[in-house]
Design a protein around this ligand. Structure first.
Ligand code: PXL
Length: 279
């Protein structure tokens, strides 16, 4: 059985980051260890007055203990960090533990803005961490922030803008950059992910119907499934398709419930996700 570790926050209520990654990756048949970066009472989008316990000093302590225990992993998936300093600590984790395939979601911003609580230091820190990755999965806001270029709204750009972002994101070390939430101006009814691999020079894309709703936590659900599918040996395009189809299934299972404001009902879609893995 494959064994991985995910490093991201625990939002105690609201279904994102670790509380999505752990059940989904486990259900996909991959053992998942965790290192929490912070514990929050809820995530930071849509709730007011949330608690925040920073666990920065625990990361080197956990790393050193795991090193002494000789623990090994097939992959590492990092997401939302509790502080910019944690990015360098994760780089040290990579050096000390050698955790196999490194998947970095620089989860720090969306819709043109940094998440509440982050300042510009997080951008430089995430950019440095991305340079250590086998694959990074920024959305367009995160890609634009890391490259210092203008953010452009969905449906206002063409393929050239996205391909340029993806190529430039791999110039300092990341092997593949996969940009999520792409909507071209000449295809506004579709949404997709566009990946560039700097070793082969190939672009890989997967586009699907754009549903006219948005739920919190879908980026984390996408990343967790894509990561576990890659760890299970799926080719990049299949991992992208399975992850996107699962998010669409979860949004469809949620969008008819007018009172539902807590991420998507991903739990209802796990049986179909497992079936997709076997196809
Ligand atoms: O879904 C990304 C995410 C993860 N963790 C926390 C967040 C967010 C996005 O807002 O607030 C705490």
């Amino acid at each position: 059985m494959k064994k991985v570790v995910t490093i991201q926050d625990i939002s105690c209520f609201g279904k994102c980051s670790t509380t999505v990654a752990l059940p989904v990756i486990s259900a996909m048949g991959v053992e998942c260890a965790v290192i929490p970066t912070a514990v929050l009472s809820t995530h930071t989008a849509g709730f007011k007055g949330f608690t925040f316990r920073d666990l920065t000093e625990d990361i080197p302590a956990v790393t050193d203990h795991w090193k002494r225990e000789g623990l090994t992993f097939d992959g590492l998936y990092t997401g939302y960090l509790g502080s910019p300093e944690q990015a360098a600590m994760i780089e040290s984790f990579i050096d000390k533990i050698g955790p196999g395939y490194v998947f970095v979601d620089p989860a720090m911003a969306d819709n043109g803005k940094l998440y509440t609580g982050f300042g510009p230091e997080i951008v430089a820190a995430m950019k440095h961490l991305c340079d250590r990755a086998d694959i990074i999965v920024p959305n367009i806001t995160e890609a634009a922030l890391m490259l210092g270029v203008d953010y452009r709204e969905p449906g206002t750009y063409d393929e050239g803008y996205i391909r340029d972002l993806a190529v430039r994101l791999t110039e300092n070390g990341a092997k593949t950059a996969a940009i999520t939430g792409v909507r071209y101006k000449d295809r506004p009814d579709e949404q997709g992910i566009v990946a560039y691999n700097r070793e082969s020079g190939d672009f890989t894309e997967y586009f699907h119907e754009n549903l006219p709703v948005s739920f919190h936590g879908t980026g984390d659900l996408y990343a967790a499934v894509m990561f576990a599918a890659l760890i299970l040996g799926k080719p990049l395009k299949d991992a992208m398709r399975i992850a996107a189809t699962n998010v669409l299934n979860a949004i469809r299972a949620t969008m008819d419930d007018p009172d539902y404001r807590y991420s998507v009902k991903f739990e209802l879609c796990i049986p179909a996700l497992i079936r997709m893995l076997g196809e």
